[in-house]
Design a protein around this ligand. Structure first.
Ligand SMILES: NC(=O)c1ccc[n+]([C@@H]2O[C@H](COP(=O)([O-])OP(=O)(O)OC[C@H]3O[C@@H](n4cnc5c(N)ncnc54)[C@H](OP(=O)(O)O)[C@@H]3O)[C@@H](O)[C@H]2O)c1
Length: 333
């Protein structure tokens, strides 16, 4: 059997992860048993949850995460050689996988459908977990109506950039909040957001009062913290808030102070709901079919920030947490 490389946690993260918190190891791969497959990673995904799920970090263990890989050997009729799969077996370049592990809380490898002329890496982005997050988190929880105002934070990232465009497709006015002028320009000029602003240089409350003088109907919250408090203070009566993530706190070493939201929630009768995208696992295909159609019709655009080289996965991960990515951050193995 060939050898495989894996990136393991060398020390637990304190605050922002560092390159030295990781190390690369090479290992002999075991011989395939009945039912198992050998997968070669083509793209590795770097995602915020990999920082947030600190309870799953163990020194010496492979860093958690997903990848899209080609099946190069197979002893499973359900997973033929040559097909691609998305799997959650972490940062490794060659992996022997048991598609039906017992007693583990991981998703089974998902066979990638024929994407036609679309790149394979989209199965980690708009046609993968982040895309499903944007689609169901917005449509099922916020239920935006034509003419309503939708605000999305983390707007230039993998989830946020898709949320804003879906809201546009549904006939809403869309306001994006992101962390650089370049991101703001992309959202307005290429993705068709009605308004966008840089939360690092602009007062969020003031900007929202100008962009949405009647208030915000739907808020898709990727970042949490103070920024979200300011958006929630600008909601309209019976507004809906979809709580997707809280990236402003993932590197925090102490629980940050948060603004008091209850007066807004009560006075404006707001609805706020958190979610995990796995809730809609059985329906992900619905989202991918519709979004692939929108991409082909030119209604939905995607961008990827691609880092070259398996060994550079830690840098790509740290860069994504710092906001260096436009759209989905992936590593080309
Ligand atoms: N609930 C679910 O099932 C689910 C599924 C997928 C993702 N999520 C969540 O969705 C959010 C976005 O994920 P993603 O995959 O699309 O990542 P992403 O937005 O592509 O990348 C993370 C972005 O977070 C922003 N950021 C970093 N620190 C920040 C801070 N202190 N305040 C505000 N923004 C900050 C950066 O953009 P800026 O330059 O704009 O700061 C960075 O580009 C995350 O919170 C993630 O945990 C949830």
């Amino acid at each position: 059997m060939p050898k495989g490389r894996k990136i393991v946690i060398a020390s637990l993260f304190k605050g922002e992860p560092k390159v030295t918190d990781f190390k690369i190891e090479t290992e002999e791969l075991p011989t395939l048993q009945d039912g198992q497959i050998l997968c070669e990673a083509e793209y590795i995904s770097v995602d915020p949850y990999q920082r947030a799920y600190s309870q799953r970090h163990k020194v010496g263990a492979t860093m958690i995460g997903s990848q899209v890989a080609r099946i190069v050997e197979s002893r499973s009729p359900d997973y033929p050689i040559g097909r691609h799969v998305v799997g959650y077996w972490g940062w490794s370049d060659r992996t022997v996988v048991d598609p039906a592990p017992k007693g583990e809380e991981v998703l089974p490898p998902m066979l990638v459908p024929d994407l036609g002329d679309l790149p394979l890496s989209l199965s980690l982005g708009v046609l993968g977990m982040p895309g499903a997050t944007a689609y169901f988190g917005l449509l099922d929880i916020c239920d935006p109506k034509p003419g309503e105002t939708v605000v999305v934070s983390g707007a230039a990232g993998a989830v946020g950039s898709i949320v804003g465009q879906i809201a546009r497709i549904k006939g809403c006015k869309v306001i994006g909040i992101a962390g650089s002028d370049l991101k703001v320009k992309w959202l307005k000029e290429e993705l068709g957001f009605d308004y966008a602003f840089n939360y690092k240089t602009v007062n969020v409350d003031k900007a929202l009062k100008e962009a949405a003088p009647q208030g915000v109907d739907c808020y898709f919250d990727n970042v949490g913290g103070e920024q979200s408090g300011q958006v929630i203070a600008n909601m309209r009566h019976r507004g809906r808030i979809s709580v997707c993530g809280c990236i402003s706190t993932y590197n925090a070493t102490k629980v940050p102070m948060a603004p008091v939201l209850q007066m807004h929630m009560v006075g404006k009768e707001l609805k706020m709901e958190g979610f995990m995208v796995g809730r809609w696992w059985g329906r992900w295909d619905e989202a991918f079919t519709e979004m692939a159609q929108w991409i082909r019709e030119g209604k939905l655009k995607y961008k990827e920030t691609v880092t070259d080289g398996f060994q550079n996965t830690p840098q790509a991960f740290i860069g994504m947490l710092r906001g260096e990515n436009l759209g989905k951050a992936v590593v080309k193995v």
